[in-house]
Design a protein around this ligand. Structure first.
Ligand SMILES: [Zn+2]
Length: 455
């Protein structure tokens, strides 16, 4: 048996060094934290907001306080803009693949083991944590080998076989694809998993209780109704996984991407801050175990082509705070108004303006919003949008998106896309093994280096 750790009975590293203490050759505790769709501008926008909102706190986000920094290339195997499946595979397995594929090469001829699987085989405890469903692309990249990321039922079957000790996120999507088959939750239970949902069950989880899957709907951090936060998930993972063998934990902030696709800056900022709170929880642990820990924070790609102004508008925080819900809430309202026919386009404009807290719109903004609201309210599946509106709003809800763009403009930012982009993302790290993750890296370098350390 390989000896992996050289942890003696000596406590403090400084005292130990003088007495011939040898740093372990591999980290005992490893965190890989992935902000899905979290570009450099998203991080900057969140930090600007936090600085303005909480001036007395540490002015930098936890992820920006890590000493090793770099930029990471995210493109997929053919050089195209990546999706989360190809990027997740690169980070998890150290290999490029094509969009939509998890844990397999682009020809679907070979499967790749992930760092989580290799670390598990080397005797570590494994944790996977996400703010989106546990079978969504990013977490799935750490255990699934499927040609299509949408094969949720198959992915759930593979999750059941993963043996990972702690998996936490939103409920499995495979349920919807289980018609006539064994339900995914049954598959997990048959494989020895305990399924937990809700705060009480979550709080009751204690070390030594065996494999557990926590399924918890999380909503959006912006709405402030989360029963369990991503940071709670992360702290619980530390509590459950900490032991002699060490652990590898992946934590994903998944709705940074979703709010980027929606061009919803307020939701995006709060998702990034919720993710950073989870980074802070991991950082606290690493700070308490400085000679045995490695923490890496990165992103799989940027979403939304976010640009931010040189200067922060003084009203940035209040512009963000006026929006109380994520975009889907407003889209549902508009859909309802259209369906019932109870609200005219003019009334819809006023209602939406009030819902977003716009009290002082410029004449240009008023015109733009009215045009978009009336476009949305009068549109039927048979009426085509004008090319101008099409360019501005794509297939999104025009009424809501125009309001979201107004919020972004007031906060000193603008979205230039509804899709992913291939801009480099920031990677930061801390710990004795952190240095190779700095400078310019390819996303496969992160997977490869992790596998070297943990495989
Ligand atoms: Zn995306």
């Amino acid at each position: 048996m390989k000896r992996r750790y050289f942890i003696g009975t000596l406590g403090g590293a400084s005292a130990a060094v003088g007495m011939g203490w040898v740093r372990p050759s591999r980290p005992k505790y490893v965190f890989l934290m992935i902000g899905d769709g979290m570009g450099v501008a998203q991080v900057e926008a969140a930090e600007r907001y936090a600085r303005m909102k909480y001036p007395s706190r540490n002015s930098r986000l936890a992820m920006n306080r890590l000493p090793v920094r770099g930029l990471t290339i995210t493109t997929e195997v053919n050089g195209k803009i990546t999706d989360s499946a190809a990027a997740g595979t690169a980070l998890a397995c150290g290999f490029k693949t094509a969009n939509g594929i998890l844990g397999m090469d682009a020809d679907l001829a070979n499967t790749f083991p992930s760092v989580a699987e290799l670390a598990r085989d080397a005797g570590r405890e494994i944790g996977l944590v996400s703010s989106v469903p546990v079978d969504h692309a990013t977490p799935a990249a750490f255990y699934a080998k499927v040609p299509k990321r949408g094969m949720y039922y198959e992915i759930d079957k593979q999750l059941a076989q993963s043996g990972f000790a702690y998996v936490a996120g939103e409920p499995m999507l495979g349920r919807k694809k289980a018609k006539g088959k064994i339900p995914p939750e049954q598959l997990l239970e048959n494989a020895g998993y305990r399924l937990v949902g809700g705060r009480a069950g979550f709080d009751a989880l204690k070390p030594g209780g065996g494999k557990v899957l926590v399924e918890q709907s999380m909503g959006y951090a912006l709405e402030g109704r989360q029963e369990i936060s991503l940071a709670d998930f992360t702290r619980k993972g530390i509590e459950l996984l900490d032991g002699d063998t060490g652990f590898f934990m992946m934590v994903e902030g998944g709705k940074i991407d979703w709010s980027g696709h929606a061009n919803d800056l307020a939701a995006n900022i709060h998702e990034t801050l919720a993710f950073d709170e989870a980074v802070g929880a991991a950082l606290d642990f690493c700070t308490a175990h400085p000679d045995e820990s490695l923490l890496i924070v990165t992103a799989d790609h940027e979403t939304g082509g976010l640009q931010i102004d040189a200067a922060i508008p003084p009203c940035m925080a209040s512009a963000i705070d006026r929006q109380k819900h994520a975009s889907s809430h407003y889209a549902d309202l508009v859909k309802q108004w259209k369906k019932t026919g109870s609200v005219t386009p003019d009334q819809a404009y006023v209602k939406l303006k009030d819902a977003f807290g716009f009290t002082d719109l410029s004449p240009e903004s008023q015109t733009r919003l009215k045009q978009a609201v009336s476009g949305e309210m009068t549109q039927t599946p048979n009426t085509a949008q004008s090319p101008e509106l099409q360019k501005m709003y794509g297939t999104k809800n025009m009424a809501v998106t125009s309001c979201l763009h107004e919020v972004a403009a007031r906060a000193g930012a603008r979205w230039t896309s509804f899709k992913h982009t291939d801009t480099r993302v920031a990677t930061t790290a801390v710990g004795p093994w952190a240095k190779p993750f700095g400078g310019e890296t390819d996303n496969t370098d992160i997977g490869k280096r992790l596998i070297e350390l943990l495989g």
